[in-house]
Design a protein. Structure first.
Length: 94
């Protein structure tokens, strides 16, 4: 199990600085996941709304007021370059 997100800071555009429980931190650009995707992601295209991100300690990840969140394993992988455990398992077992 990978560490939870413990802190988030809006930087600019669709970039957030994330800090994890193990002390790892880094910047993730969310534009590829949000811009032009529509649906629940549409409100996040507004940068003022995107900046309303917060950490939900109960689930260990970042969330927005409309309930959108991202899997902390995916975020940790983005920051560290570490493979996602389930993805590696799927690759090995086919």
């Amino acid at each position: 199990m990978l560490p939870d997100v413990k802190a988030v800071r809006y930087l600019r555009d669709y970039k957030l600085e994330l800090t994890f429980a193990d002390g790892v931190n880094g910047v993730v650009d969310f534009a590829p996941w949000i811009v032009g995707k529509g649906g629940v992601f549409a409100p996040l295209e507004g940068k003022d709304y995107f900046a309303k991100v917060s950490v939900n300690d109960d689930v260990g990840t970042i969330v927005w007021p409309n309930g959108v969140d991202f899997d902390p394993e995916v975020l940790y992988s983005q920051v560290t370059g570490a493979p996602i455990a389930g993805a590696m398992h799927d690759m090995i077992t086919g």
